[in-house]
Design a binder for this molecule. Structure first.
Ligand code: DAH
Length: 358
């Protein structure tokens, strides 16, 4: 009997002393494994008399049960300690900034695009997109530039190599093809703006081969020129952050609008700076007009039922005007000093609620 008690004490002490899971497993195998000391005792029961078995059997079983429990408990304690140690070692302080000072800045073109989107979103417009590589139909024909029409010459188009069918794709010369794409897939009422890249073979201080435009389109049953003017006025006030903006609608010509206008805003040049709103000078900011009935018919809508307005505006131009950037080409030089000077913080998100779009 004493031997069994001594064995139990010895094994229990070994369990307590096991410092990690591997050591504990070694103790378990040595006691309860196939050839373990407790297993050997159990096996010996088979060769004993019924009498001996009756007394020793419960003792051995008791030993085995208590030992098994002790090992289980020790294992759980060791596992919990191992997990706690790992959590401690792998702890990440999520309150630490990823890097110290923010690197880089938002390009003025991206900033102005965000501002424009924000202003028109407040007026209920959504953003539409189209591909940079367009076909003749969307960029010209559907917009009422028939083949050979002189207005095509106004756009110095970049053409791609013709395909097997002889069809030449092109880099879109304006964002107006997005009007066509939108009207062909979305039933009126339509209220979209389409900001994006545009391309023309042109390069000087105020022209780059790639530039940015934002197109606007509203199609509904009773949209008229007054809506167009009100919409553009609200935009100019919010964008230039002035209460009053004098605007001038000059008659103009675009194949896809009738009537068409170019819009200037009043400004004053004072000591080399531009002040927007009022003044003796005018600055052209966009082209616009009532969508030509033929364009509406070209997309499969009935021009007697639907009408609307459109406008197109150079984003780079807006950025130059608003942020006083003199040379357009610098937009695309990737000069870090220029970007640092004219760039915006990533967190400088335009909040037009405060600027009062009514
Ligand atoms: N697509 C014209 C251009 O690039 C700009 C434009 C003028 C767009 C009048 C319009 C518009 O939607 O109505 O020169």
């Amino acid at each position: 009997m004493n031997e069994i008690r001594d064995l139990e004490q010895e094994l229990m002490a070994a369990v307590r002393a096991a410092g990690d899971l591997a050591a504990l497993e070694a103790v378990r195998v040595a006691a309860l494994g196939k050839k373990g000391r407790v297993s050997e005792l159990m096996k010996a029961l088979g060769g004993m008399s019924a009498e001996e078995r009756k007394t020793l059997g419960p003792l051995y079983n008791g030993l085995k049960d208590r030992l098994t429990d002790a090992i289980t408990q020790r294992r759980q304690a060791l596992e919990a300690a191992a997990l706690a140690a790992r959590l401690e070692a792998e702890r990440v302080d999520v309150t630490l900034p990823v890097r110290g000072e923010p690197q880089g800045s938002i390009h003025p073109v991206s900033q102005v695009m965000d501002e424009v989107i924000e202003i028109f979103a407040d007026m209920g417009f959504s953003v539409a997109e189209g591909p940079d590589i367009e076909d003749d139909f969307h960029n010209f024909a559907a917009l009422n530039f028939p083949p050979g029409h002189p207005a095509r010459e106004m756009h110095d188009t970049f053409y791609l190599e013709p395909n097997e069918a002889g069809e030449r794709k092109l880099l879109r010369t304006h964002t107006s093809p997005v009007q066509i794409r939108t009207m062909m897939k979305q039933k009126p009422p339509v209220r979209i703006i389409a900001p994006g890249r545009t391309y023309r073979c042109d390069s000087d201080a105020t022209h780059t081969p790639m530039f940015h435009q934002v197109e606007g389109l509203v199609i509904d049953r009773e949209t008229h020129m007054g809506h167009l003017k009100g919409c553009l006025e609200a935009f100019a006030r919010a964008f230039f952050e002035v209460e009053l903006v004098e605007m001038r609608f000059r008659p103009s010509y675009f194949p896809f609008t009738e009537p068409s206008a170019e819009v200037d805003i009043g400004c004053a040049f004072k000591e080399g700076e531009i002040a927007f709103g009022e003044g003796d000078d005018w600055l052209e900011i966009l082209g616009c007009g009532m969508v030509h009935p033929r364009v509406i018919a070209n997309v499969g809508l009935d021009p007697n039922e639907y009408q609307g307005f459109a406008f197109g505006c150079g984003i780079d131009r807006l950025a130059m005007l608003k942020y006083g950037i003199p040379d357009l080409r610098q937009f695309f030089y990737s000069d870090v000093r220029w970007l640092r000077h004219y760039g915006f913080s990533a967190l400088d998100i335009p909040a037009l609620g405060q600027r009062g779009v009514q």
